[in-house]
Write a protein that binds this ligand. Structure first.
Ligand code: ATP
Ligand code: MG
Length: 246
């Protein structure tokens, strides 16, 4: 199985509410065509999720205010999901939406729908979403779901498409001296970068460390240049590769 996370940062304009970037999404989808027989896709919320989620100040108790946010955010991430699924269907995939909030219960996310549709030759498409956990409303990110799926399915490859070239020695948007790290291959190297990873990448980085025990290979790549995927494994590849750390 191959699992892909399409960052909301790359297929939406993060500062403009519900602004989708269809051409970038289509290019990413096309780059995945060789994997379509064993592919699971997850996507972030981007400006279909993050803007309202920030405003809602989650996690928070379930009440009239958070219920309204729940409905709107869940609806918005499904809207983004259907745009992605449309493109996937047009490009020859068999996408099936797995809405996270519907399959989230006391034991966390139920992965059975992923297994069922994957075994039948579909491409399950899950998403970062708002969920109800007891009486608490909170966000489950697509990065979190990636860890859960990796534990269950031991993917041979996990791909994170994001809006920068990979994992850097520091935030490349803030520090022009930041260096792209082509590989992070052991615990020692993980420790070496730990202190300089911030923001959205910090959580992803922590998750990747954990996923590295369950997947053969993980890569972080710029979704604006998905054709780089073809070079994976060669000297020319531009991105970060993390090999299995079992
Ligand atoms: N050391 C680092 N290496 C790479 N990016 C970093 C680093 N530190 C911080 N960042 C920031 O992390 C951002 C990527 O994380 P972000 O959560 O925004 O994207 P995403 O996970 O792909 O999208 P989404 O969360 O919407 O699905 C980059 O745009 C970059 O500015
Ligand atoms: Mg993120």
């Amino acid at each position: 199985m191959i699992a892909v996370k399409i960052g909301g940062s790359v297929i939406t304009r993060k500062d403009t509410y519900r602004h989708f970037l269809p051409d970038i999404c289509r290019n990413i989808v096309r780059s995945l065509f060789p994997f379509r027989d064993e592919l699971v896709v997850l996507h972030g919320g981007g400006s279909f999720g993050h803007i309202l989620a920030k405003e809602a100040n989650l996690p928070a108790d379930l009440n009239e205010r958070t219920k309204r946010y729940f409905s709107r955010i869940h609806n918005d991430v499904l809207l983004l999901n259907s745009k992605i699924n449309d493109i996937m269907a047009e490009e020859g995939f068999n996408p099936v939406s797995i809405p996270t909030s519907l399959f989230f219960g006391e034991k966390g996310l139920n992965v059975r729908p992923y297994r069922k549709f994957l075994e039948s030759g579909f491409n399950p498409v899950g998403m970062g979403d708002i969920v109800l956990s007891g009486k608490t409303v909170k966000i489950i990110s697509a990065d979190d779901i990636m860890l859960k799926l990796s534990k269950e399915f031991n993917p041979r490859l996990v791909i994170f498409f994001t809006d920068v070239d990979g994992i850097y020695s520091d935030d490349p948007k803030k520090n022009p001296e930041a260096r792209l790290l082509p590989t992070i291959d052991s615990d020692i190297n993980f420790k070496a970068v730990q202190n300089d990873v911030t923001g959205g990448m910090k959580h992803k980085y922590e998750i990747i460390k954990k996923i590295s025990h369950h997947a053969d290979r993980i890569t972080v790549i710029n979704g604006k240049y998905p054709e780089r995927l073809k070079d994976l494994g060669s000297e020319r590849f531009i991105g970060t590769v993390i090999e299995n750390g079992r």
